[in-house]
Write a protein that binds this ligand. Sequence first.
Ligand SMILES: Cc1cc2nc3c(=O)[nH]c(=O)nc-3n(C[C@H](O)[C@H](O)[C@H](O)COP(=O)(O)OP(=O)(O)OC[C@H]3O[C@@H](n4cnc5c(N)ncnc54)[C@H](O)[C@@H]3O)c2cc1C
Length: 325
Amino acid sequence: MILVFIEHRGGVANKSSIEAIAAAQSLGGQLQQPVTVVIPGSDVSALAQEMAAYDVSKVVGAVHPKLADYTPDAYADAMEGMVRQLEPSFVFLSHTYLVRDFAPKLAARFGKSLISDCIRASTDGANIKFTRRIFLGKLDADIASDGEAPVFATFQIGSYRADQAAKGSGAPVETREAAVGAVRMVPEPPFQEAKQAVDLSKAEVIVAVGRGIKSKDNLGLAEKLAQVLGGDLAASRPICDAEWLPIDRQIGSSGQTVAPKLYIALGISGAIQHLVGMKNSGTIVAINKDPEAPIFDIADYGIVGDLFEAVPVLTEEIKKIKGLS
Ligand SMILES: Cc1cc2nc3c(=O)[nH]c(=O)nc-3n(C[C@H](O)[C@H](O)[C@H](O)COP(=O)(O)OP(=O)(O)OC[C@H]3O[C@@H](n4cnc5c(N)ncnc54)[C@H](O)[C@@H]3O)c2cc1C
C-alpha cells in the first residue's frame, strides 16, 4: 500500500498533497497497490470527507489535540504511529517546507533515508525508480531504494498534476487517535514568505517575462495579456534581480515551481534554471525572436518574432474572443 501524507492549514489541503495522491495513484496503478491517505490534525473530519472523493482505498484521520498546529515533534510522532499501524510499502509526501522539516526525522526513525524532491516514480516490473534532478536540473538521476518497506519519498511541486488525481466513488473514512509524546516547540503563526499578493503555484494561467521585455516600463504589455487571460504575471530571474518584479514572482530553480494550465513565456531564453520551474505546465507558449532559443524545445506553441509586435495583437485577439472589446 502507498500512504500519502496530506498537508493542510486550517482544514484546507495543500494542492501539492493532491499531486502526491496523483504520484501514488500512478505508481500504485503500475504495482497494483492501493493508495491510502493520512491527515494529521486535531479535527480533520471535513477534510477527510473531501479526500474520500479521490480514488483511494481509505482515508485515515490521525487526530490529537497537539496536532492542532504544526510542530515537527507532534507530526513526526503521529506519522510514525500511522506508518507502524498501517505498514505501507511507500510513504509519499509533497516536497513542501513543512515536509522538509519533519520527514527526514520520520524516515530516520525507521532507519531509512528520505528520497527527496523526486519528479517521478516508476517501475520496469522488477525495480522501482525514483527520478530526481541533480546539478541544477542539468541531469536526471534515477534512485533505487533498498526495496525494504517503508520507502519514504517526497515529490517536487508540479511534478504531477493535481487535476490528474483520479476521483473515486467515496472511500471509507476512519479516525484514529494519534500517539503524540512531548512537544518541545511552541508553534507560532505560520511563516509568510512574503507579502504574497498571489500564490503562483495555484495560478491556472501565468504570463512570464524575461530579459526580452527590455525595460520595467514595458511590463504593462505583459500585464494586459495576463489580465485578459485572468492570469498572473511572473518572471525569469534577471527581471526579479533587477527588482522590476518582486522575488516571489520568480520562476525557476531559485524561485517558484509552477504547473499552470497555460504558461506564456515572453522574451525568455529557456535556461535550464528557468525550465525546471515551469516545464510541467499544461500548455507552454513561447514568444522569442531567436528561433534557436531553448524555450522552443519544450514549447507546445511558439511564435518566432518580436514580442512587442506579437503581444498587443495576441491581447486584442483574446479580448475579441472573450467579448471584451
Ligand atoms: C544558481 C543559479 C540559479 C538560477 N536560478 C534561476 C531561476 O530560478 N529562474 C530563472 O529564470 N533563472 C535562473 N537563473 C538564471 C538563468 O541561468 C538565466 O540566466 C535566466 O533564466 C535568463 O533569463 P532570461 O531568459 O530572461 O534572459 P536571457 O537569457 O537574456 O534571454 C532573453 C531572451 O529574450 C529574447 N528576446 C530579446 N528581445 C526580444 C524581443 N523583442 N521579442 C522576443 N524575444 C526577445 C532573446 O532572444 C532571448 O532568448 C539561475 C542561474 C544560476 C547560476
